[in-house]
Design a protein around this ligand. Structure first.
Ligand code: SF4
Length: 213
C-alpha cells in the first residue's frame, strides 16, 4: 500500500495530563463510523470534517513542543485513517524516544483479523486502549470512558502504571480560550457535559469539547 502523506485531524492539544502517563500532546483524528451510542465526540465523526494536515507538519509541531513526554492519538477512529497514522507513528519511532499511546473503538481481536498493517501499527505503540465506548458501562477509572475498554501495555515502558489503572477520579481538564470558549480534554463523568452546557448557556459562554477517548 502506498504511504499516505496526510491525516485529517479534528483537534490537537499541546499538553494534557489526563490521557496517559506524564504530560502528553494529544491528537484527535477526524472520521469515525462506529456510532457508539452516547459518544462524547460526535463532532469527530464526519470523514470530511476537520482539516488535512501533512505528516511532516504534525511531526514538526510535535518536535517543537517542550516538556512533553509523549503523544496520545484518539479520535474519531485512528484505524479509519490507518495508513496515515501508521506513517506518523513510524516517523516518530525513527526520529526520537516518543512515548506513543493510541485509543481505538475496535478491539484488539478485530484489528488482528484486519491483518498485518493494523498489527504493525499496534506493535509500535507503548500503550493501546481498545474497545468502543459503551455509555451503560461508563466508568471513572483512569484513562477510560467505559469499563469494557482494555489497556494493553505493548512495551515495558509504562508498566509501573499497571497497578494504578483501577484508580477512580475526574480524568479531565478544562481551559478557557481567549474568546471565552471553555475547552475540555479527557473523560468527563456521565451527565457532566449536558450539565455544563446548561450552566454555561446562562453565563453566555460556549463549551467546545476537544474530544475524549
Ligand atoms: S466513542 Fe470513539 S469509536 Fe465510538 S463513535 Fe465516538 S469517536 Fe467513534
Amino acid at each position: 500500500m502506498s504511504q499516505t502523506s496526510s491525516i485529517r485531524i479534528a483537534d490537537r492539544v499541546h499538553a494534557t495530563t489526563v490521557l496517559g502517563p506524564g504530560t502528553r500532546a494529544g491528537l484527535w483524528v477526524q472520521g469515525c463510523d462506529l456510532a457508539c451510542p452516547g459518544c462524547i465526540a460526535p463532532h469527530t465523526h464526519k470523514a470530511h470534517g476537520g482539516s488535512a494536515e501533512s505528516i511532516e507538519a504534525i511531526v514538526e509541531w510535535l518536535e517543537g513542543l517542550r516538556g512533553i513526554d509523549g503523544l496520545t492519538i484518539s479520535g474519531g477512529e485512528p484505524f479509519q485513517q490507518m495508513n496515515g497514522v501508521l506513517s506518523l507513528v513510524t516517523r516518530l519511532r525513527h526520529r526520537g524516544d516518543w512515548s506513543i499511546m493510541l485509543y481505538s473503538g475496535y478491539t484488539m481481536e478485530a484489528l488482528r483479523r484486519r491483518g498485518e498493517e493494523a498489527m504493525t501499527l499496534i506493535k509500535q505503540l507503548d500503550i493501546f486502549i481498545d474497545g468502543p465506548y459503551q455509555a451503560h458501562r461508563a466508568t471513572a477509572m483512569r484513562w477510560r470512558g467505559s469499563d469494557n475498554q482494555r489497556i494493553h501495555f505493548i512495551t515495558e515502558r509504562h508498566q509501573e502504571w499497571a497497578s494504578q489503572l483501577e484508580e477512580e477520579g475526574l480524568w479531565m481538564e478544562a481551559r478557557i480560550d481567549d474568546d471565552g470558549t471553555l475547552r475540555w480534554t479527557g473523560v468527563p463523568p456521565p451527565g457532566f457535559i449536558d450539565a455544563m452546557h446548561e450552566h454555561m448557556a446562562h453565563e453566555g459562554l460556549r463549551l467546545r469539547p476537544i474530544a475524549g477517548p
